[in-house]
Design a binder for this molecule. Structure first.
Ligand SMILES: [Zn+2]
Ligand SMILES: [Zn+2]
Length: 207
């Protein structure tokens, strides 16, 4: 089944699990047991799929979480420097890499263990969220989902500005500060404008 309206093109797919026709860019999630509109991936940390309706809050979550964790890591820097001055670099490295072992063997105090544990958690979390933010930032600018990126599909790359508006709405600059700001998405999650649909008729006929 196919249709078109004002440059939008959609080709309905079929989901054998749901036993129904589904819109393009949607995907079935075996964990959620349902087809998700413009499915990106199933986030195991959040326990739900990231798709058309929650991609913007997901991006903001990555940005704010990585920012907060990085900030806390920097704030803990002076305490770590004091630890380095009081002990050898090897002792501090062992504390940061194996805090539980150092605590259980009685080589560090509970306060030093707590500092190392919080520092490790913040640095690891900041790196994880920062890497996720970089990856999804790249997808955002390209107008791709993770599934499309893995298969090298660029059908929905409408250009930088259009891609940002398609995922974040018209107030795409401000939603980074507050993800629940009124910035309605231009599409309905069922039909999507394609790159081919944006080409002038003369160029489209050549392709
Ligand atoms: Zn399905
Ligand atoms: Zn899911």
């Amino acid at each position: 089944m196919a249709g078109a309206s004002e440059g939008s093109v959609w080709l309905m797919g079929y989901c054998y699990q749901c036993q129904s026709q589904v819109p393009p860019r949607s995907g079935h999630c075996s964990a959620c047991r349902v087809c998700i509109l413009r499915r990106d991936h199933h986030c195991r940390l959040l326990g739900r799929c990231v798709g058309f309706h929650n991609y913007r809050p997901f991006l903001c979550l990555l940005l704010h979480t990585s920012g907060v964790l990085f900030h806390v890591s920097v704030l803990l820097g002076p305490a770590l420097a004091a630890l380095l001055r009081a002990h050898s670099a090897l002792h501090t490295a062992a504390l940061l890499l194996l805090p539980w072992l150092m605590l259980l063997t009685g080589r560090v105090s509970l306060a030093q263990f707590a500092l190392a544990f919080v520092m490790d958690t913040c640095v690891a979390g900041a790196l994880l969220c920062g890497a996720g933010l970089l990856f999804h930032g790249m997808l955002l600018l390209r107008g791709q989902t993770t599934w499309e990126w893995a298969r090298g599909q660029h059908s929905y790359d409408l250009g930088l500005c259009h891609n940002l508006q398609a995922a974040l709405g018209p107030r795409w600059v401000l939603v980074w500060l507050w993800p629940f700001l009124a910035s309605p998405l231009p599409g309905d999650g069922i039909t999507f404008q394609t790159k081919a649909g944006m080409l002038p008729d003369s160029r489209r006929s050549q392709n």
